[in-house]
Design a protein around this ligand. Structure first.
Ligand code: HEM
Length: 497
């Protein structure tokens, strides 16, 4: 009773007082639900129908609460996600400070975030905090070194070839065909991460991938009422299904991991040791300080699966949508791909580094449709940002990436337009307001992997097909864990002879 009283009354009152002293206010919260109901009502209104036309002005649709509250209380406001206070922060310098190494150990995932994802990815890297996070990041980071990423390029090429073959099969005699490209991209990035993650056990990897997708749907359903104290203990249909899926996944993962450990112990060397599972087992076996339980190794595998396909699939899907509706940029990109590959079928890192226009297109796609549209992180102790902003222990900082990426003050009057030219001669690292992969020491580990993958997929697709948006496309971005097209992206493809 005391814990509930502190969590739902004492702490929120303390946080609210402290922020009010600093001139930060916000909408009045309700007991238990905070401002969740208000957010849900606004979102239900803005997302109940599809957008009338294909415009990229999507902030009013996806962040109506941000627009309403920032207008009323200023850019820095406080709102309540159940009993979790969230401070909206859009100032580039303060965000940089917050995400910097100074605060990496004392900020992280809140209780609500941990509960919402515990069935899906458990306590793997994305969900770890403090020293656990630091230790896990040290073990996993070697997998994403430049030379490792180059080694994974072959997997991406193989999987993309197989996807293109299946589209050619749909096209049949060479005339145009229609496909929902989002489904193809989700399967493709799932294939890639199955190979890069599990190499030799590819088929099992594919089954894990299917189970994770099911789990993702079930956890999204079951975590809708998490703000309610004790809600996670209520028996529900979702909880029962989650248990069954988790058990199947656990037995496949356990069997795969144990087989690999046996292989390592008897010194059987195979090429697949360079995949994710091989890397993590080697790292944990060679250094006793890096020991991990089997349970945690399983969670790391799930984390890489989840982080490694979902956002990447959305990046390529949105980019195809943008190119399908901007034939001039599609043409430019195809010309560049033709000039750089000169008909060679092998893809090298050198080719990829020369794809400047494609790079600009990818950046613009990540700006307009960042797959991770919001970044909430909680402060576990009092911290000070910049010269004067005090963040009390227990308050989450909420970075509305999508709103920052669409701000006219930052990007100019054409902020809501697709204009890759704005990236000409600029690297994303120079731009503090560009946060698709977060920032600081807890940024996205798979960033280089994701960009390499997107470049290969898009250049191979562009080289083999021209495409336009289908009349069936309905523009309806929604944010369910990632920013996605609600009805997919149907396009009409014509094979290029
Ligand atoms: C376009 C594709 C991707 C985008 C936009 C993206 C974005 C992000 C963002 C914004 C975060 C920080 C989340 C937060 O702090 O709340 C993150 C973390 C992470 N991402 Fe990605 N990601 C992408 C692809 C990938 C891929 C392909 C992998 C792995 C194969 C990956 C692995 C990770 C991991 C392990 C973390 C956790 C890092 C940590 O907490 O230390 N991501 N990603």
């Amino acid at each position: 009773a005391w814990l509930v009283f502190s969590a739902y009354c004492l702490n929120p009152i303390g946080i609210q007082k402290m922020m009010a002293k600093q001139g930060v206010s916000g909408p009045r919260p309700s007991f238990l639900t905070g401002n969740l109901q208000h957010i849900a009502t606004l979102l239900a209104k803005t997302t109940s129908s599809d957008m009338v036309e294909i415009t990229h002005d999507i902030v009013p649709r996806l962040l109506p609460h941000y627009l309403s509250w920032s207008e009323k209380y200023g850019e820095r406001f406080l709102f309540w996600y159940g009993n979790e206070g969230r401070l909206c922060l859009t100032d580039a310098n303060l965000i940089k400070d917050f995400l910097s190494s100074k605060h990496a150990h004392v900020t992280g995932r809140s209780w609500l975030q941990l509960q919402g994802s515990k069935h899906l990815i458990g306590r793997g890297l994305i969900m770890a905090n403090g020293d656990d996070w630091f230790q896990q990041r040290r073990i996993i980071a070697p997998m994403f070194m430049g030379f490792k990423i180059k080694a994974f390029m072959g997997y991406v090429v193989e999987s993309t070839k197989s996807m293109l073959r299946s589209i050619h099969d749909v096209a049949g005699d060479g005339t145009e065909c229609e496909v929902e490209i989002g489904a193809y991209m989700t399967k493709l990035t799932g294939d890639v991460i199955s190979r890069a993650g599990f190499g030799s056990s590819y088929e099992k990897g594919t089954r894990i991938f299917q189970l994770l997708q099911k789990l993702q749907y079930l956890t999204a359903q079951s975590s809708r009422h998490l703000w309610f104290p004790g809600a996670r203990f209520f028996p529900s249909k979702f909880h029962r299904e989650i248990k069954t899926v988790k058990e199947e996944m656990k037995s496949i993962l356990m069997e795969t991991i144990k087989k690999r450990i046996e292989g390592l112990e008897i010194g059987r060397i195979c090429s697949s040791d360079s995949d994710f599972l091989g890397t993590i087992l080697r790292e944990t076996q060679e250094d006793p300080k890096k020991k991990m339980t089997l349970e945690l190794i399983m969670d790391e595998c799930k984390t890489i699966y989840f982080a490694g396909h979902e956002s990447s699939a959305m990046l390529v899907t949105w980019t195809v949508m943008l190119l399908a509706t901007n034939p001039a940029w599609q043409h430019k990109a195809r010309k560049e791909v033709g000039e750089i590959f000169k008909g060679e079928s092998a893809v090298t890192a050198d080719h990829l580094s020369k794809l400047n226009l494609l790079n600009m297109i990818i950046n613009e796609s990540l700006r307009l449709y960042p797959p991770v549209a919001m970044l909430p992180r909680m402060a576990f102790q009092d911290i000070k940002l910049g010269d004067s902003l005090h963040i009390p222990k227990g308050l989450s900082v909420w970075i509305p990436v999508l709103a920052i990426h669409h701000s006219k003050e930052i990007w100019g009057d054409d902020a809501d337009e697709f204009n890759p030219e704005r990236w000409s001669g600029k690297s994303p690292a120079q731009i503090g307001n560009f946060l698709p992969f977060a920032g600081g020491p807890r940024n996205c580990l798979g960033q280089a992997f994701a960009v390499m993958e997107a470049k290969i997929i898009l250049s191979m697709l562009i080289a083999q097909f021209s495409f336009k948006i289908s009349d069936k496309y309905r523009h309806a971005p929604i944010n369910v864990l990632t920013l996605r097209p609600k009805h997919g992206v149907p396009i009409i493809l014509t094979p290029i002879k």
